[in-house]
Structure formats: C-alpha cells, structure tokens
Design a protein around this ligand. Structure first.
Ligand code: NAD
Length: 377
C-alpha cells in the first residue's frame, strides 16, 4: 500500500501559494507515494491541474482528499471545515500560527494528528533547507523594495540625463535578518544608497558586504536561536534617538524587525514620521505583528503629513510562483526525514521533528503551545 500525500487548495483570502509544485510532485510520486492534488490548487501560482497530472499526481475535485491522506501539506492552517474532514492519525505539515491561534490544536490532538509547524523548524544548520520562514522572508524582503519603489515619487538610481542629474534615493532598512538582507540587495540593485540597522551587531559585516552602510547604535541584543531579544526601555530610547536622524534623511524606510511570538518592536514613532521629508515612503513588513512604525495599519496605506506608510500583509503570496517553489522544496526536505523504506516515521529522536511537532499521539507535545492553551490563550 502506498503513502498518500494530499495537497488541498488554500482557503485564506488573498493566498495564491500552493504547498507542492509539479516539479516536487515528480520527485515524490513513485510506487510508494501517491500525490493527490485538489483541482485548482496551483492555479493562482501558475500551475494547472494538467501540470500536476503530467507530474504524476491524481487530481481530486473537492477537499475530500483530506479524509484519505496519510500526509496533508498546506501553506496556511486548515479551516474548521477542513479540520472536520481530516483523517485521524495522519501527519499535517504547514504553517500553524502557533503564536496567535491555538484553538485548532485541541481538534488536532483529539484526532491523534501529528501536526508539524513550519514556524517551529529549529534554526540549526541541518534544518536550513527546510526553513520556510527564511525562504518566504527572502521573498518578502525583495518585494517590499519593489512596493516601496512604486509608491515613491523618486527614482531609486542616480540618473544623468540631458535635463540634469537626479540624485539616488536614500533607503533605510530596519532589521537586517533574512528579509532585511534581501531588501538591501534589491535596493542596491535598483541603484539606491542603502543604510541598514539591526540590534544584532553580528550582521554588520553582512550588511557591509552587500554594499550598504551599517547604522551602529552600540546595542547588542543577540537572543537565542539566531533571533534578537527584546530591548530594555533605556535601549529603546537610545535606539530611537540615533535612528531618528537616519529616518529623517531617508526617502524610503523598509521595516523588517520582528521577534517571533511577540508583538513587533515599535521603532518608528509618530514624531519620527513627522520629521520625515514630504513624499517619503515607509513599507512595514512587520505589520502583521503590529508594525515597527506607530502609524502602520496592517493591509492599509496611510498617508500622514505627506509620508506614505504601507503595512502589506502576506507579501510572499504576491510572488506566488517562486514562493510556492521554495516552500515546496522546504516541505520536500522535511518529508525526507519522515519517509523511510517506503513507510512514514515520526522520529522523536530527531531534533527537527521534535521541535516542529505541536500535536502527536493524542498530546499537545509543544510545551509553549500547551502552556498557552492551559492559560486559555
Ligand atoms: P526575524 O524575522 O525574527 O527578525 C528580523 C530581523 O529583525 C532580525 O535580524 C532581528 O535581529 C531584527 N530585530 C529584532 N528586533 C529589532 C529591533 N528592536 N531593532 C532592530 N532590529 C531588530 O529574523 P530572521 O530574519 O528570520 O532571522 C534572523 C537570523 O537568524 C538570520 O539572519 C540568521 O542569522 C539566523 N537564521 C538561521 C537559520 C538556520 O541556521 N537554520 C535559519 C534562519 C535564520
């Protein structure tokens, strides 16, 4: 009997990604694995049912494919209807929103589902090829610069024309993690002058190697697992005092600073926006976590004193073809840890599996999620 891997169509509004792409279906489909894809699942990402069928998938007309799956692969968490249909004892892999919405985990636990959260994949070298937060952040960083360039009334590059010379735009990137570094590279490719700031002093070299200037504030806030820690009130004040000058000089500010599981740090105050040039643009990738700018409203364009502040949500879904390709590769690499000799194994000895699991064997196995559920959050 073969392992059935199912790919439902995503139901989140505005979602255009799909969890598996035909190239990965081709790699998976074999005598031991059958891949079932819901009709239309890849349509918005540029993949037709015919593409999936040609790669060896079986196309299913509705989401009943959830009831027969050994493994379900998603981008976003399943909705209530889908959860009802999900087969008991199966494996579910995708984003699970473990920090914001724990209500679904009780249903997954009761169905004895082994649910793995792509947000919980540990940041160790062996897991890099499975790290969807990184693959999707990189896409968001790239797209944020394109969004900013189209909202700005200025060129990014320096241009010398018969009518005169135009100075390049000054771009400030706040947060130089995966998204921030990609934003720096993209803004540089467009020819702008780039400055970047991060609380992790270790990124200074990476910023400079991309041709940007590092704004040094002398705060070292390296936390665990490659993440930043929260700043103290005194550190926040110091950060704001120095950053204010750089924000005021910028034509474009791209915010990417986040602390997983916590509200995004407020870095740009209304006073700082008031001091910006007319026509300046802020694109706040931290909008879904509350925003790095005090004036950010998730999903909205706000114009405040001639400064445009946009907090786009689900940016990777706006580059759905490549975002799905990279995400599917992340899933494929994670699946490779579980498919052994044509059977599925949830190996709790493997740190990647252990850290990523939220429910398993009828238990909530992730301690942080369990504590939040017990506290009623
Ligand atoms: P993230 O999305 O959590 O945060 C984005 C950036 O914002 C980070 O660089 C963080 O330091 C910064 N930040 C947080 N609070 C800030 C503040 N108050 N002011 C300014 N900046 C602030 O992080 P990320 O981009 O996903 O990853 C961070 C780092 O983790 C990467 O650069 C990398 O070194 C490491 N990483 C390792 C692996 C792995 O080994 N598998 C995978 C992914 C990332």
């Amino acid at each position: 009997m073969s392992i059935v891997i199912s790919v439902p169509a995503e139901t989140r509004i505005g979602e255009k990604r799909v969890s598996l792409v035909p190239d990965i279906v081709k790699k998976l489909a074999s005598t031991a694995i059958s891949v079932h894809v819901q009709s239309g699942a890849g349509e918005h990402a540029g993949y037709s049912d015919d593409d999936y069928a040609a790669a060896g998938a079986q196309i299913c007309q509705d989401d009943n494919l959830l009831a027969t799956a050994d493994v379900v692969l998603t981008v976003n968490p399943l909705n209530n209807d889908q959860l009802q249909k999900l087969r008991e004892n199966c494996i579910l892999i995708g984003y699970q929103n473990p920090w914001t919405d724990t209500s679904r985990f009780e249903q997954l636990r009761a169905k004895q589902v082994s649910s793995l959260s792509m947000e919980m994949v540990p940041r160790i070298s062996r897991a890099q090829a499975m790290d969807a937060l990184s693959s999707q952040a990189s896409i968001a960083g790239y797209k944020a610069v394109l969004i900013a360039a189209s909202l700005s009334g200025k060129f990014f590059p320096m241009l010398t024309t018969a009518a005169g010379t135009v100075r390049p735009s000054k771009v400030l990137i706040i947060g130089a993690g995966v998204a921030g570094l990609q934003a720096i590279a993209t803004a540089r490719r467009l020819g702008s002058m780039v400055e970047a700031y991060d609380v992790r002093a270790a990124v200074k070299e990476q910023v400079e190697s991309l041709g940007a200037k590092f704004v040094d504030i002398d705060i070292k806030a390296e936390g665990s697992g490659g993440y930043a820690r929260e700043l103290t009130a005194e550190e926040k004040q110091k950060q704001q005092d120095i950053l204010a000058r750089h924000v005021a000089a910028a034509d474009v500010v791209i915010c990417t600073a986040a602390i997983p599981g916590k509200a995004s740090p407020r870095i740009i105050t209304t006073d700082m926006v008031n001091a910006m040039k007319g026509g300046a643009v802020i694109v706040d990738l931290a909008a879904e976590g509350g925003g790095n700018c005090e004036l950010t409203q998730a999903g909205e364009i706000v114009v405040h004193q001639r400064v445009t502040i946009y907090g786009p949500v689900n940016v990777p879904a706006t580059v759905p073809n490549h975002a799905s390709e990279l995400y599917a590769k992340n899933l494929f690499n994670l699946l490779a840890l579980m498919v052994r000799d044509d059977a599925l194994v949830v190996d709790l000895e493997d740190q990647i599996i252990r850290d990523s699991l939220i429910t398993h064997g009828g238990e909530i196995v992730n301690a942080a999620v369990r504590e939040r559920m017990q506290a009623g959050n």
